[in-house]
Write a protein that binds this ligand. Structure first.
Ligand SMILES: [Fe+2]
Ligand SMILES: [Fe+2]
Length: 244
């Protein structure tokens, strides 16, 4: 059994010193890994990233993050990423990582993702260059999920995104902005290869529990949605059927 703690949308500003540190106190007793689902800083400022690293510095379990749109806002995501990684936080941008936890293995595929909409109202890469450019990072993330999930042979596979791959966890948001909150383009490779759990943030007014079109469990761990410091999920092997 592997225990996952997850939260997104911390939106830490330079005025937030001391805000997060107590919220993660004792997390090691409850979880084996902490996953951070983007919008970790409010403006993408290096000072915010430095403060975040400091606030998370007492945590001794692995910390894995993806960036959100807010982390892209200022000097660029590379600077934010470099600061987080120098502080011991692994950042995934369309990449995978594997952890051995006890006798089990956990594979995480992560990336920011992007929008595009869902199902039969999903935007398609047709016509103007601007439309195709809009979908570029959504497709790049979908390709990374396809690659990562087909490659990972771990006991458990978790997908960590900022934008949602499923419409269900957006319920509560205005339908008109769904295309800017995620896309089923990212849900397709998840359904094709399977995963034990998909986590995302970004939809502050959404719903925690949902699943992809193909039935893979999705959790919106945006801080305002979960309403606590972090959500906890357990991954357990299904009991093997005895052959007779
Ligand atoms: Fe956010
Ligand atoms: Fe966001």
């Amino acid at each position: 059994m592997i225990r996952i703690a997850a939260v997104g949308d911390l939106h830490l500003t330079v005025h937030g010193a001391g805000r997060l540190r107590p919220q993660f106190e004792g997390i090691e007793a409850e979880a084996d890994v902490l996953l951070l689902a983007g919008d970790l800083t409010n403006w993408g400022k290096p000072e915010e990233a430095e403060l975040l690293v400091s606030e998370l510095s007492d945590i001794s379990i692995p910390r894995v993050a993806i960036l959100g749109n807010h982390d892209y806002h200022s000097e660029g995501p590379d600077r934010v990423r470099a600061i987080l990684e120098a502080g011991g936080v692994t950042v995934l941008e369309n990449e995978s990582i594997v952890f051995e936890i006890g006798s089990e293995t956990l594979g995480i595929v992560g990336g920011k993702g992007f929008g595009g909409g869902f199902g039969n109202t999903c935007l398609s890469p047709f016509g103007e260059r601007e439309i195709r450019d809009f979908l570029k990072s959504t497709y790049a993330c979908a390709e990374a999920l396809d690659r990562g999930l087909s490659k990972l042979k771990t006991d458990y596979r978790v997908v960590l995104l900022h934008y949602s791959p499923a419409v269900e966890t957006l319920k509560g948001e205005a339908v008109a902005i769904y295309p800017f909150l995620g896309s089923s383009i990212m849900g397709e490779p998840i359904d094709a290869h399977g995963a034990d759990l998909v986590l995302h943030g970004h939809a502050h007014k959404g719903t925690e529990h949902g699943c992809t079109a193909g039935g893979i469990p999705v959790r919106n761990v945006s801080l305002p949605v979960i309403g606590e410091s972090y959500a906890l999920y357990q991954l357990e092997q299904k009991a093997e059927m005895l052959a007779h």
